[in-house]
Design a protein around this ligand. Structure first.
Ligand SMILES: [Ca+2]
Ligand SMILES: [Ca+2]
Ligand SMILES: [Ca+2]
Ligand SMILES: [Ca+2]
Length: 462
């Protein structure tokens, strides 16, 4: 595998010296992900599939008319084979595991797909809340899991310890730890080369996950012991007891691999679906590390709103985090699902030397913090300034409600966007800039400010 490596000058030379920051020439190697793409929609031969149904039996052959169990299908599928899960609710009281060594191939992943137009629901409510009680646990490599709902597990709904897997259009909800987590398969795996890498989480939803005191359950967690190249694309995290995304690290285990988050949404995290506040929930939309290790995560075209604490926060990660074209609106919901406080921020990046551009903050709680040490690259952002009640920027634009097609609004519990049939997010006019807005085309290299209206990648201007 060839990984693209980008040499990046923190002084902004590569973006045309827009800051004119002068001085140092510190260079940072920022590993770029391979930009994994989903498997093409290859026609499957339904006769070659193994069929699984809620009433399936282990002794059955796994045909359409005589379906087997998921455990049996996973144990017997050939590399690259297809397991079709019929719709309905499957009740499990113990973890379903794809073992280490049970792999697909790079050219042909082993597949667990929802049967067309049906929704398999894997329900683990019989489990007690306990760290060992995960729902679906994937330790194999090169699997593609599509269209499943995993709910009420005693710990993570889906746990990924393997590499090169794709999880697509799955829903993890009401689990009693993070909905979907990527971390090492075994505690004896102490080196990053043994940690799960190059997994793609595509168009998945994770909501209502909560542990009993609220401290741990994030929507998506890629933390502590995950390798390079893990990507979340088009995913939505909401109403989880702790954070929407959590990329936390510890000094004992060292840095994780850089994670890419793109075209994702995090809202109402730290607030449960019924509007109550869990005791110890943090409530960040995107928690991008910790002070223990510098990791260069990439966050682009993501949206955060109505989270209990910060929309986006480095959480002390010295970085450089590369965050571009993100929109953060009306976070800091520390008092109630409808009442904003001034103590938290849409963007909270107080110390690290990050690369921040084209980001948009609307209706902040406290003043946004984009630390600008000598040598940092912070430009073309519209940040909120609380004491002046204004939006500060270096482009000469003025942000008012008229810059949006419609006034941004959210009624607690009602999603302001939908998913298209292909799983991508259809935002409609949500947080979209009006054609008349002076923020249009005012970002670096002529991009719009914020998450909406930009397609493709801004790699060229890093
Ligand atoms: Ca737990
Ligand atoms: Ca926490
Ligand atoms: Ca967390
Ligand atoms: Ca304006």
């Amino acid at each position: 595998m060839i990984r693209k490596i980008l040499l990046l000058c923190l002084c902004g030379v590569m973006i045309g010296g827009m800051l004119g920051c002068g001085g140092g020439s510190s260079k940072t190697v920022v590993p770029q992900p391979e930009d994994p793409v989903a498997d093409p929609e290859i026609p499957v031969n339904p006769d070659a599939a193994i069929y699984v149904a809620p009433n399936g039996k282990a002794e059955n052959p796994g045909t359409l008319t005589s379906p087997t169990t998921l455990e049996k299908a996973i144990a017997t599928v050939r590399p690259g084979g297809l397991i079709y899960m019929r719709g309905g609710t499957y009740y499990y009281n113990s973890t379903i595991t794809i073992d280490m060594g049970n792999n697909g191939t790079a050219a042909n992943r082993s597949k667990i797909y929802a049967y067309p137009n049906e929704q398999p629901i894997l329900n683990f409510s019989a489990q007690k809340e306990l760290d060992a009680n995960r729902g679906l646990q994937i330790f194999g490599n090169y699997w593609h899991v599509r269209g499943l709902v995993v709910e009420y597990a005693g710990d993570n709904g889906i746990f990924i310890g393997g590499s090169y897997n794709i999880i697509e259009r799955c829903i993890t909800r009401y689990n009693r730890d993070s909905g979907l987590q990527i971390a090492r398969a075994k505690s004896s795996f102490t080196g990053i080369s043994q940690w799960p890498s190059y997994n793609l989480i595509l168009n998945c939803d994770s909501y209502g996950n909560a542990d009993s005191d609220g401290e741990d359950a994030d929507g998506f967690a890629c933390k502590l012991t995950s390798g390079p190249g893990n990507v979340f694309r088009g995913c939505i995290a909401y109403n989880n007891s702790d954070d929407g995304w959590d990329l936390y690290t510890k000094s004992e285990t060292g840095p994780i691999g850089p994670v890419v988050l793109e075209d994702c949404v995090a809202f109402s995290n730290g607030i449960l679906p019924d509007g109550t506040y869990p005791k110890n929930g943090d409530g960040n939309g995107y928690k991008l590390g910790s002070s223990s290790n510098g990791v260069s995560h990439i966050v682009r075209r993501c949206i955060a709103f109505h989270n209990r604490k910060h929309g986006f926060t480095d959480n002390g990660n010295p970085g450089p985090i590369i965050i571009s074209n993100c929109t953060s609106w009306h976070n800091s919901m520390g008092k109630s699902p409808t009442e904003q406080t001034t103590s938290d921020y849409n963007f909270n990046f107080p110390k690290g030397e990050h690369i921040m551009f084209n980001n948009l903050s609307w209706e902040g709680g406290g003043s946004d913090v984009g630390h600008v040490p000598s040598g940092s690259t912070v430009h073309h952002n519209v940040f909120y300034k609380k004491d002046k009640k204004t939006y500060e920027n270096d482009m000469g634009v003025t942000l008012t409600v008229d810059d949006f097609v419609v006034k941004p609004s959210y009624t607690f519990g009602i999603l302001p966007f939908i998913r298209n049939a292909d799983g991508s997010i259809n935002f409609g006019t949500f947080l979209q800039l009006a054609d008349t807005s002076d923020l249009k085309g005012k970002g670096a290299n002529g991009y719009d400010i914020g998450a909406r209206g930009n397609v493709g990648t801004e790699t060229a201007i890093w």
